[in-house]
Write a protein that binds this ligand. Structure first.
Ligand code: GLN
Length: 538
């Protein structure tokens, strides 16, 4: 039997308590004691992956190197642990059912009636064990999405119960994350919802080993004892998770609370070394003591929901720390940018990002913002759709191709400077069919990109269907507007730059998916550096 230990993280009382951050923080503490850890997330919805979800539904769709479109929690895992995740790290109910139904069609169940138990639960358990079976990890943390008691998470909870039964108590552990609400009228923290949610878990045959309590106020000793008694856990297994200014503080809060110590004792593991959190602490030190302050505009059409651009916001924090700079992000809704309010909205910004996106809504606002940044020397980073819009802006306003557009927006436009990739033309299905995952890119020496990366060959993650239309290369690119990155196999334009400017770069890929705490992304670092220089000059 494998010696891998399994930790399951469930949630109670309400959603959005930050299971992903708790899981990532625990993983960080275990990793800092030299354990090999990975995290996987099981989501109870029926979409096969979140790629087809609107960001308003579920926040950003994160993309891995191997081209999986995943839950945004995988972004937290990578940013905290500095290790890559993959297709195997995110599983949804849709994916589980799809593979069970495919097996049924192949006749693999030998005439049996296919049922939730055991067929769906077996498929879930196989996926839960997949990374563990590789032998690459000492500990696998499995986060179960949703809230205990939801109808749709029942098969997952049952699978966790079976995993504990299969592998034994000493190889498995359950952490239950709940909320301790504060009633301001009576000035009290209440434990009842937590008691009920632990009870709901018990009704499914699972007793929580550790309770992590999200709270706005310190939990008193009495309250911790009460929770321990009523929830049937040891006193030291009641862990407080109090609100903090930055998510990157959570591992240290969990260390103070002794979360990893309880985990290791319970799993009968000894630390392989003392915690090594030096680089992490150095990063936090820089986040807490910035020397400068700048304002970056983020133009997008989903800006109302913070989670829509999660990885971009986190990449800015990493790059800000590197430049000892605090960054205020001004969210700018692309639909509400108009020529009459443009100056007023953009004049105080030190840098501008135009976000990725799909469809026509808000694109004229994006183009106007790019024009402003180009003409007024505001450092600019265009990501995916943002890069495509930068090409359209230049084509229209500098080259004179009025009505230049992307065929995504106007299918029969006169100058389709951005067009559907050839390989996409025969594709009808929307799910999982974009150009996804990691692809190589050669950098042109001495460009801003090559200087930022200090490399000649990079690979970055992608998620798109459209590309620069190379038929317009001669017309659009000139001494000022250049290609600085290109896919070596296909010639696809990966990076464009405007030279006559302090820092203006557009990328077809998503640098935000690869920025981590210990390895901030070179393009974000260079963009923030240029924005800071602009700020210091003003
Ligand atoms: N909609 C554009 C495309 O499919 C850009 C995608 C994106 O920004 N991720 O090419």
């Amino acid at each position: 039997m494998s010696s891998t230990k399994y930790i399951f993280v469930t949630g109670g009382v309400t959603s959005s308590l930050g299971k992903g951050i708790i899981a990532a923080s625990l993983a960080k503490l275990l990793q800092s004691q030299n354990f090999k850890v990975t995290i996987q997330k099981f989501d109870p919805y029926i979409n096969v992956d979140p790629g087809t979800l609107n960001p308003y539904e579920h926040g950003e769709c994160y993309v891995t190197d191997d081209g999986a479109e995943t839950d945004l929690d995988l972004g937290h895992y990578e940013r905290f642990l500095n290790v890559n995740t993959s297709q195997a790290n995110n599983v949804t109910t849709g994916l589980i059912y799809q593979s069970v139904i495919e097996k049924e069609r192949k006749g693999e169940f030998l005439g049996k009636t296919v049922q939730v138990i055991p067929h769906i639960t077996n498929e879930i358990k196989d996926r839960m064990r997949l990374l563990g079976n590789s032998g690459d990890y000492d500990i696998i943390i499995t986060e179960i999405g949703g809230t205990v008691g939801d109808i749709e998470s029942l098969p997952y909870i049952e699978s966790v119960r079976q995993m504990i039964w299969d592998l034994g108590k000493e190889n498995t552990l359950v952490i239950h994350l709940t909320l301790i609400p504060f009633l301001s009228a009576s000035g009290e923290l209440k434990t009842k919802p937590t008691q009920h949610s632990v009870k709901t878990l018990m009704e499914s045959g699972i007793s929580a080993d550790i309770i992590v309590c999200r709270t706005e106020h310190e939990l008193s000793e009495d309250l911790r004892e009460k929770l321990a008694l009523f929830c049937n856990v040891k006193r030291e297994a009641v862990i407080q998770s109090i609100d903090v200014d930055t998510i990157y503080d959570v591992p240290l809060k969990m260390l103070e609370e002794g979360l990893d110590t309880v985990v290791l004792q319970r799993l009968r593991l000894k630390p392989k070394q003392n915690h090594d959190l030096k680089p992490w602490n150095a990063f936090l030190e820089r986040v807490r003591n910035p020397k400068n302050f700048i304002k970056i505009g983020l133009v997008g059409k989903y800006v109302e929901l913070q989670d829509s651009y999660k990885s971009i916001l986190e990449s800015l924090i990493h790059a800000g720390a590197e430049n000892e700079t605090e960054i205020y992000v001004e969210s700018l809704h692309s639909e509400y940018l108009e020529s009459k309010n443009l100056n007023e909205k953009l004049e105080n910004l030190d840098g501008l990002i135009v976000a990725p996106g799909f469809g026509e809504r808000g694109i004229e606002g994006k183009i106007m913002a790019i024009s402003y940044a180009r003409i007024n020397n505001v450092p600019f980073l265009g990501i995916c759709l943002g890069m495509q819009m930068a090409v359209i802006e230049y084509a229209r306003n500098k080259v004179g191709l009025m009505n230049a557009n992307s065929t995504e927006m106007v299918s029969d436009c006169k100058y389709p400077v951005i067009d559907l990739m050839e390989s996409q033309k025969s594709i009808k299905n929307k799910g999982g069919t974009m150009r996804l995952g990691s692809w190589d890119c050669n950098l042109i020496p001495n460009t801003k990109s090559a200087i930022a990366y200090q490399k000649s060959r990079i690979n970055e993650r992608h998620r798109h269907r459209y590309e620069f239309n190379n038929k317009f290369s001669d017309q659009i690119f000139d001494q000022d507007f250049i290609i600085s990155g290109i896919n070596p196999e296909t010639g696809l334009v990966e990076i464009i730059e405007y030279n006559n400017h302090p820092w203006f770069v557009g990328v077809q890929f998503h640098p935000e998916y690869k920025s981590t705490v210990l390895d901030p992304h070179p393009l974000f670092k260079a963009f923030i550096k240029a924005s800071l220089e602009k700020n210091l000059k003003a």
